[in-house]
Design a protein around this ligand. Structure first.
Ligand code: HEM
Length: 150
């Protein structure tokens, strides 16, 4: 039957197959994620606490929105489209866990407006996990007085 694959065809098709199954399960694709990113950063820019932090660092929004769409494509659909290092970009920002909680509140709200229930649950679960680890990495990078041996 046509389901028989050689190991090389399996490895070549591994990423698209994973992406296709995630898309089918969540109703997400790059178009929905682009819409989510645009709507989310629209709210962020209007937020009295987070807006000024972004405004101080981002002059040119379209490239940031494209980068964030690639990030969410990689995170939610495993497309490998994002190549970057988020932690150093956040280390110098005037943020603590309270800012991450506010970021997450706006993200959850937007995800529920834009995505299917399964899609919203999928991106929210990932956002919560990444926010926690980003907050931890930022605190760690700022240092505790303990020498970094890495
Ligand atoms: C306290 C909340 C947050 C604030 C104030 C914040 C702020 C920013 C700012 C200002 C930039 C642009 C930095 C630059 O280009 O110099 C940025 C980039 C980015 N942020 Fe955040 N962020 C927050 C939370 C998050 C969370 C929770 C995620 C992931 C779920 C995230 C993912 C990213 C990514 C992927 C980039 C692009 C990094 C690159 O240039 O490759 N951020 N953020």
């Amino acid at each position: 039957m046509s389901s028989i694959q050689t190991s090389s065809s399996r490895s070549l098709s591994a990423r698209p197959a994973i992406t296709a199954s995630l898309e089918a399960r969540t109703g997400l694709d790059d178009e929905v994620l682009r819409e989510l990113v645009h709507a989310f950063y629209g709210k962020i820019r209007n937020d009295s606490v987070l807006g000024p932090i972004f405004a101080a660092r981002i002059d040119d929004w379209p490239p940031h929105l494209e980068r964030m769409t690639a990030f969410w494509s990689s995170v939610a659909l495993m497309t490998g489209r994002y190549h970057g290092a988020p932690v150093p970009k956040h280390v110098g920002l005037p943020i603590d866990w309270g800012h991450f909680e506010r970021w997450l509140t706006l993200f959850r709200e937007t995800a529920k407006e834009i995505c299917t229930p399964a899609g919203a649950a999928h991106v929210i679960e990932r956002a919560e996990r990444i926010a926690r680890s980003l907050n931890f990495a930022v605190e760690d990078a700022r240092g505790t007085g303990i020498p970094n041996l890495a």
